[in-house]
Design a protein around this ligand. Sequence first.
Ligand SMILES: Cc1ncc(COP(=O)(O)O)c(C=O)c1O
Length: 380
Amino acid sequence: MQTRADRLAGLGTTIFAEMTALAERTGAINLGQGFPDTDGPAAVIDAAVAALPGGANQYAPLPGVPDLREAIRRHQRERYGLEPEEVLVTFGATEAVAAAILGLTNPGDAVILFEPYYDSYGACLALAGASRSVVTLRPPDFALDPDALRAAVARTGGRARVLLWNSPHNPTGRVFDRAELQAVAEVCVEHDLVCVSDEVYEHLVFAGEHIPPATLPGMAERTLTISSVGKSFSFTGWKIGWCSGPAELVRAVRTVKQFLTFAGGTPLQHAAAAALGLGAAPLERLRAELRANRDTLAAALAAAGFDAIVPAGTYFINADVGADAARFCVELPERCGVVAIPTSAFYDDREAGASLVRFAFCKRPEVIAEAASRLAGLRR
Ligand SMILES: Cc1ncc(COP(=O)(O)O)c(C=O)c1O
């Protein structure tokens, strides 16, 4: 008999394991997985080290340690003018998304997704027994078509409960603009949808601005905002995330989270509070480094004859390789010693991204320079 695990195994993440194995076997530079190869600010590590002998080694309160919750509130207020009713610390943004979907939907409900999408989204829906109605974002601009969004809601026949949003967007690097956000807000209000907004790349923006959906009229009362320390501060292994928003929505997440993990990472929660207290300087440094990496890789991809889609945010760049991307990625390590991911892995409609390849540029400048020189040597 097929178990739920058997069904989940078919979703998403296998491509990362396959590509990592390929990188290890061939010794290629791994630009497949999206995590940095350097740690975040030393002051934050010092805060974690100080918390360990400081008596912060037992269960944290279920909502999170007070200093981190206060730091999250301050961040939302000072950066976006938001005053969330409740804040909850989670085991990374991933747990917040999972607990939100489990807590806010019933089996048979529908969730509006935008493809390509981060692979955990599909798995969370499967766990919750929710169906998905998908809006396809197409290269090269990955723009949101409001009519396609309305059609996706209409297809659910009134069963849509949640719209799962992600901007800056993995894997496309899109930072959605105000007009697109407006379309999302209108649809959410009109159809009484909860917006679950994954903003883990909120600080990795090179052009335009990050606009949290909660800041749009009518949205604060229906938006659960999610972020984490992983991408903004280069501590992806810490898995300290959070969500904030209306009490009723945060309560739903907390209720599920209580029985998944309760609370964890107490010393790291204190260190995450220190990270949020560092101000703009480390974020600006990271952005400047990533922007330079992005430009190096974009130039190399163009030199190789590929159409690079230069992203406004995140640390992913896509290139149209004009051929079957899955096959291209399998051959790339042998051809030039670089590993990348076929973007089609993030689409339900594999045809939509069939010739797109995603490269992560969150690596040391010298690693990106070496990858760039290997890629530039490829000719289409
Ligand atoms: C869109 C998106 N959301 C969430 C996550 C994971 O966040 P965390 O490590 O905080 O669980 C990732 C990591 O790649 C991501 O790309």
